[in-house]
Design a protein around this ligand. Sequence first.
Ligand code: IDP
Ligand code: MG
Length: 141
Amino acid sequence: MALERTLSIIKPDAVQKNVIGRILMRFEASGLKIVAARMTRLSRAEAEGFYAVHRGRPFYRDLVEFMTSGPVLVQVLEGEGAIAKNRELMGATDPKQAAKDTIRAEFATTIDANAVHGSDSADTARTEIDFFFKPGEIFTR
Ligand code: IDP
Ligand code: MG
């Protein structure tokens, strides 16, 4: 497996629930390193741009609304197979379908308020990391 980087977002619902630390602990416990992190509140334009691939889907408006509803923690995770590993830790998009002990099974409530975002491929990881971080803001250790 290759050393990869992936973008993770702890979404407004999880920040509001005060479980940032418990989610980050899962990344670290699985061997992923947090090589960049920033708390921010997405503007409408940022949320629309970030989720541009979903433009036109029935849930797009609600998704943008939700992602701008409060602060988020954006991070870059690094490690062997980081993209798939993060998706595995996250669990299925709908928390009701998410496997036991995944982040979404434990912390998410609905398919909209589902606690975390994670890049789904090498291409999207690159695009999504560039969306939020300059190279000098990422610290490989
Ligand atoms: P992912 O976050 O598991 O990669 P995507 O299909 O990329 O899932 O969808 C992006 C986000 O849009 C989801 O995390 C969720 O918040 C929202 N979403 C996806 N499908 C639905 C839906 O059917 N209803 C409401 N929200 C949805
Ligand atoms: Mg996705």
